[in-house]
Design a binder for this molecule. Sequence first.
Ligand SMILES: [Zn+2]
Ligand SMILES: [Zn+2]
Length: 111
Amino acid sequence: MDAERCSWCGAAVEADDGFRAYEPAGERRAVFCRLEHLVPWGIKGAFWEAGALDDPHLTESRSFACSQCGADLDPEAHVVLVRHRGEHRIADHFCGVDHLVEWAKAGGRWQ
Ligand SMILES: [Zn+2]
Ligand SMILES: [Zn+2]
């Protein structure tokens, strides 16, 4: 699989590395080489590219809670962030880009 480009800095992001953000309802996605690059991207207005989830199973579950505020989320209308780490895909779900950015600012899961 070809490397993608970070939506913020343009660095190459290998398929088994980096972060992918998705907005399933709009079939939009963005790619990040590192979590920190998501913050300026979100603040500057979150420019998405067209594209669906690589792994549709990630939104198969019927109930999600926002990783930032704990609110229940609509399976069709929320934002998903997937960390690619080798073969692992670690997904977090958010109300929207604003909560995704707050979460990333705080260091994500690894704060
Ligand atoms: Zn980057
Ligand atoms: Zn939230």
